[in-house]
Structures are given as C-alpha cells and as structure tokens.
Design a binder for this molecule. Structure first.
Ligand code: AMP
Length: 596
C-alpha cells in the first residue's frame, strides 16, 4: 500500500497496513478539508430536510452553506431545550433528526443547574469509533513497541437514568463502554488493557477502581502506558492506591479478593486472574510504605513510556502533580471531544502539553468558527462565523457545530486558537471553556452559579446581622481530590452576636447544595471533589487586593474584584489575611437526575 507523506516526512513510518490505512484516511480528510465539510453539510441537510426544525427555516431543499447560514440561526442549548424536552418526553416525530434518537448523552455542561441532554443517534457510535481508531496509528509513529505490553487505563461507567419517554440518559463514555463497539472489540495488540471489561462496566466506583488497580498491580511489568480520560481521574487513582494499598497487597499476597468487591461478574472474572504472589505484594508494600511518593508511577510500573491523560484546558492545573508522581513522564493528550460530537485528534501526541494542538477532523460534523476577541466581553451581532478551512493562524474562535444527530449551528462554548494547519485542516489550541470560573474534575461552575451559591449561603448569616461584603474563589488542586476554596470578607454589625464556626461550616454546605448537579455528583458519587472550604479574611483584605492590582497597572475606574484567583502573590496576600477556615461538614444532596 502506498504510504502517504504524512507518515514518512512528518511523523515517521507506520508500523502496519492497518496503521497506514488510518494515516492515509487522516491525510485524505485533512487535504480536502473544505470539500469534505461541504459534503458533510449537504449530506446532513439532505437527510434531515424533513425535520420539524429545518422545515421551520424554509431551506426548500437547499444544501449549500450560504443558504444554510443565511436561514438557520446560531443557537445555544437553551434555545433548543424545549425541543429536546419534547424528545425526552417521548415525542418520536422527526424533530431534530430524521434518524430516531437512540439515547441522550448527559453533558458535563449544565443548564439551570442540571446536566444538558444531548440527543444522539446510533450511527454516531461509528463516528466516535472511527476517531478512536485513528489514535494508536498516530501514537505508533512516535512510540515504538506498544504492542509488546498493556495499557493501564482507569475507565469508568457512571449511573444512567431514563427520560419520561423511556430513552436512556448517560454520559458519552458510559454509552461507549457499554456498546458492542467497546465490549466486543476485536483483539488489537496495540490496545490491550489491564482492566477487564467487568471492572470498567461496574457502576460502583469503589469496586471498579479497586479491581482496575489490582489488575494493574498484578501486571506491573507489562504496563507500557498509564492513563485516564482526564488528569484528575489519574490522580484519583494514585490517591486510591495511597488509601488502599494495604488491602490490595493483602489480596495479592493471598490470591483472594477484598470482600467489599461484591459485584458478581467482577468476582467471577477475578477468580481467573487472582493468584498468591507474596513477592509482588512485598514489593508494592515496600514502595507504598515510603513517606515519599515521588515517582510512584514509574516505581510501580517501571516500563511506563508515557501517561495518557488530557491536561489541556482546565486540566492543566494538574501537570505539576502528575510530573511529581511520574518523574516528568510525557503526557499525551490524544483527542478533543464532547458529548455533542467528537471533534478531532492530536497529530503530535508526545509534544509538551503547552504545545498541544488538535486537528479537527472534517468528517465528524460541519464546523463553523465565531471570531472571538479575547478582551471583548460579548460578540457583536455583526460578527460572522468562518468555515473550517478559512480560519486564520493566531486568531481565537468559538466553536459552532452542526451534527448528524440534529444540532444545527450550535455553540459548544469552547474557545480555540488556531496554531497552524495540517494540510488544509486547521489545528487548534484549546484555550478555555466560556464562562467557566471553577473546575476540579468534570464540574464547571460559572460566575452566576458561584454568585447564587454565595447568596444562598449568606442567608444563614442574616440572623447574625452579618453579610458577605466581598468574595473570590480558588480551585485548590494541591490536595487529592481537589476542592473549591472561597474567600469571604464579612461585615458583622453586631459583634456580640457573631456567626459561630458551626454556622460558617453550614455556609460551606449551603454553597455546595446550591452548586450544579455535576458538582454534587462529583462530590457524592465520584468522590472526585473534596469538601468546599470557606476562608474568612480580615476586614480590608479586598481593598488591599485592589491596591495590589492597581499597583500592577489596573485602572482604578475599571477595577473589578476577580471572582476566581490563581496568581501566587494574590493567593499569598489572601492567605496571610485568613482569620478562620471552615469546611462542609457533610455531603450535599445528590441523586441521579430524574429527567422531568
Ligand atoms: P462533555 O460534553 O461533558 O464531554 O464535555 C466536553 C467539553 O470538555 C468540551 O467541550 C471541552 O470544553 C472539554 N474538553 C474535551 N476534550 C478536551 C481536551 N482535549 N482539552 C481540553 N478540554 C477538553
């Protein structure tokens, strides 16, 4: 088979026919980005022409970009919500898509405090699978011999619910792991996981993690790469090992399984894997007993060549901790995806995290890009989106997608900067998600949500004649799990009757109760966020903060209290003025959402 220049000149030589075919596909798609996009749009407009949504814009059979753009508006989730709700309630008519909606994917983005529901269709699984199938062929160009060992990936499924109309609602990865695409995947020497399917598919996060860790420990010498979807997930696994190594080594020593793992299919599967191995148990116990956990990943899994975790965007905050535990192993961010649509992949996965650029694959959906001025708060109405092939290097854009599943000109909310092109397909650095102030795991809290949480919590201070005069926040990721830290400056008008520590602890909980359901699920079900902390600072601290900002050149007229901080001198100033600290005394309320 002919090997394309992508492989020989830019990325090395593919290791197999299968890889060469995948690389060839990337080449074809990226060389013809514009025409692929035109075809994608024509195809999805043709097939969805009779949907209620598109009929409403009188496209009259037009399939071209100009008509599409002039007639169909750019929308947000909130605009589509009434239609999505009708589908959730059981309306099977072709509202958004001519193909029947197979399920809802629950995004980590929220609307009115609840997860967004993204309708999807069966064939989208094939599209996602296609993108996955491109990742290893690219990786094999950079790292040799990955077929000689295994991947220790911590993969999890989460709980699912049903909408009133009977459709399943679950996260996109849960949908993928439960699909036959994943469960009955053909053997591929480049994609052998240490985690058995039974462990990945167990919805109980403790049992799933315990089993995956145990299997990873048994196969420590075979492990060539260690990963999780996001950096926070991998660090959670390290923390889990810290907390559970004694029981894990007991199991390895005796060849028995922790009785807390009760899932029948896991127990059956582990009965085939478990064997007493006292030497291995001694080794792991010796390493875990040490006070110093620096480089623990490479000590336990000595053949690890790289970590596979997303550390772009909000996850960049975890890079120093990952480096500490791995001795600075390369961190491969392989793909960029969402519940709405999988977007693209990193063609240079071993690059430094700060240089990661994702190449959007033009076959995945129809993409448009709204020019985004970094320093201007809103978009002028007149700003026109540009096509994939027409974005300009160095500029920032907000991603807008039109998908086969029936989202049309939908604002994803991600801000991307163009760093270059691969053939005629642009490559993007992920800059940030719009309006996200705080994020520890998959949670995303915006300024309005934080403000509401502060307002609700400060109700508890009313009877003490106390109010919150200023606040700011910080995502503390130095501990695992990380947590939200909120700095409060209080005004107590009645010093004889000030709020007690218990009341301030309750304020922490009241804030958590007000935060969105993704935050609360991370706290309660996934244990991926720790108790929220309030740090009360001395009166006058926020004025000092303003003085500091002005001394660094901020305009006194335009100064606004930053609602989230991370700059070290500011943190030091705030922390040096703390008079008391308070933590949530219990978990907030969370149950799997019932979709009304
Ligand atoms: P969800 O729909 O819950 O899967 O979240 C999708 C969002 O996660 C995207 O819109 C991005 O904001 C973020 N995301 C996904 N992949 C990446 C990545 N590789 N780097 C940075 N952020 C990402």
């Amino acid at each position: 088979m002919e090997i394309d220049p992508i492989s020989s000149t830019q990325m090395g030589t593919p290791t197999s026919q299968k890889d060469a075919k995948a690389l060839q596909f990337i080449e074809e798609m990226t060389r013809n980005a514009d025409s692929v996009q035109q075809n994608v749009l024509a195809q999805l407009l043709t097939r969805n022409a009779e949907t209620e949504y598109l009929k409403g814009f009188s496209l009259d059979g037009a399939k071209d970009r100009e008509t599409f753009k002039s007639k169909v508006p750019i929308v947000t989730y909130e605009d589509l919500q009434p239609l999505i709700q009708r589908i959730a309630n059981g309306d099977r008519s072709p509202i958004l898509s001519s193909h029947s909606i197979s399920e809802f994917l629950t995004s980590s983005g929220t609307s009115a405090g609840e997860r967004k529901l993204m309708p999807t269709i069966k064939e989208e699984l094939d599209r996602r699978q296609l993108l996955y199938s491109l990742l290893m062929p690219v990786m094999n160009l950079y790292v040799k011999g990955l077929d000689k060992g295994k991947a220790l990936y911590f993969l999890f499924t989460k709980s699912e619910t049903r909408t009133p109309g009977g459709l399943v609602a679950r996260p996109v990865l849960t949908s993928y792991y439960k699909s036959d695409h994943f469960k009955t995947r053909p053997y591929d020497p480049y994609n052998v996981y240490t985690s058995p399917n039974e462990a990945i598919l167990c919805p109980d996060s403790f049992q799933s993690m315990y089993t995956q860790m145990l299997c990873g420990l048994y196969e420590r010498e075979q492990v060539l790469r260690v990963g999780a979807v996001f950096a926070s997930g991998l660090l959670r696994a390290i923390r889990f090992l810290q907390l559970n190594w004694q029981q894990l080594t007991h199991d390895i020593r005796t060849g028995s399984l922790n009785p807390k793992v009760t899932d029948v299919s896991i127990r059956e599967c582990m009965a085939r894997i478990l064997r007493p191995d006292p030497d291995l148990a001694d080794f792991i116990a010796r390493e875990c007993q040490k006070d110093d956990w620096e480089r623990i990943i490479t000590r336990i899994w000595p053949n690890t060549k790289y970590l596979e975790v997303i550390v772009t965007g909000a996850m960049a905050q975890y890079i120093p901790t990952l480096d500490y535990y791995s001795g600075g192993l390369p961190k491969a961010c392989t793909m960029y995806a969402s519940s709405e649509c999988y977007f693209g992949l990193n063609l240079n996965p071993m690059c430094n995290p700060s240089e990661v650029s994702y190449t959007i694959m033009p076959n995945m959906a129809y993409f448009e890009f709204l020019p985004h001025e970094p320093n201007s708060p809103g978009l002028g109405v007149s700003v026109q989106p540009v096509d994939l092939a027409n974005v300009e290097i160095g500029k920032e854009y907000e991603l807008v997608i039109t998908t086969y599943a029936g989202l049309y000109r939908y604002r994803v909310g991600d801000i991307l900067r163009v760093t270059g092109f691969h053939n005629s397909a642009p490559q993007f650095q992920f800059i940030r998600r719009k309006n996200v102030l705080l994020s520890i795991d998959t949670d995303k809290t915006d300024e309005a949500e934080l403000q509401t949480a502060i307002e609700n919590a400060s109700q508890l201070l009313r009877k003490f004649n106390t109010s919150v005069v200023e606040y700011t926040s910080y995502a503390d990721t130095k501990t695992i799990p990380g947590r939200y830290v909120i700095y409060w400056e209080l005004l107590a008008k009645d010093s004889a009757n000030s709020a007690s520590n218990e009341v301030l602890d309750q304020c922490c909980l009241a804030m958590e109760e007000s935060l969105n359901s993704v935050y609360r699920q991370c706290r309660v079900s996934d244990n991926s966020i720790g108790p929220l902390e309030i740090r009360v600072v001395k009166n006058g601290t926020f004025e000092e903060l303003m003085d500091y900002a002005i001394s660094r050149g901020a305009s006194i007229n335009q100064y606004k209290v930053p609602r989230c901080v991370s700059f070290t001198p500011i943190m030091e100033l705030l922390d040096s003025r703390v008079v008391s600290t308070h933590f949530s005394p219990s978990l907030p309320h969370w149950v799997p959402e019932r979709r009304r």
